[in-house]
Design a protein. Structure first.
Length: 204
């Protein structure tokens, strides 16, 4: 999984995607409508500029390049992309409930407000997605901070919940030390819990 913003990526990075495919994997790209270096206040990329076609040249170019590239790709992008000719299926529009979370988008917290379980965070959204499609699901940007609870225990529980949900076929761990240390190796206990969990035959 990688990230590309609109401001610095005028073309679909097929060279990087080819490297991923060459390793026997499918690239998953988060395509972000903003300038990653410009902070949170970015009027150039507010929703109204996307709706009024200001960025259509970029979106059309990417759509054409992805289609020409012609390999499997996971793309987290704007809902308007299928209208512009990318090889993506149209789905009914429905606003998903955003789970209540503290800290980063990943699991765990950076304060004392407490942690949330797998089912608290993902259960309602998975149910809504299943109402739209029976296709397999992949959970992206999973992670947990060390603060606020027992990260190793959360990791063990996370994998137990995955095993009980066969519709979830994969996940991607946000293995970065950023606002908090979300990495699996943030502590020996977390690293061991993760290693033991992924040793299951399901992940071999």
């Amino acid at each position: 999984m990688g990230y590309r913003d609109w401001a610095h990526t005028p073309n679909f990075p097929s060279d990087v995607a080819d490297l991923v495919v060459g390793r026997g994997a499918t690239p998953l790209l988060t395509w972000e409508p903003w300038n990653y270096a410009a902070g949170v206040n970015q009027p150039t990329y507010r929703l109204s500029t996307i709706a009024n076609d200001t960025h259509d040249a970029l979106v059309r170019r990417w759509a054409t390049q992805i289609k020409a590239w012609g390999k499997p790709l996971g793309l987290v992008a704007q809902r308007r992309l299928p209208r512009l000719g990318a090889p993506l299926p149209a789905v009914p529009r429905r606003r998903l409930r955003r789970p209540d979370r503290s800290g980063r988008l990943q699991l765990g917290t950076t304060d004392a407000s407490g942690w949330q379980s797998f089912e608290q965070v993902f259960g309602p959204s998975i149910a809504q997605v299943r109402a739209l499609s029976a296709k397999p699901l992949v959970l992206a940007e999973i992670g947990s901070a060390e603060q606020g609870g027992d990260k190793a225990a959360w990791i063990t529980d996370f994998f137990a919940r995955l095993a009980a949900r066969p519709e979830v076929r994969g996940f991607l761990w946000f293995n970065h030390d950023k606002e908090a240390d979300w990495r699996v190796q943030s502590s020996d206990a977390s690293r061991i819990a993760y290693a033991e969990a992924v040793a299951a035959s399901r992940y071999v």
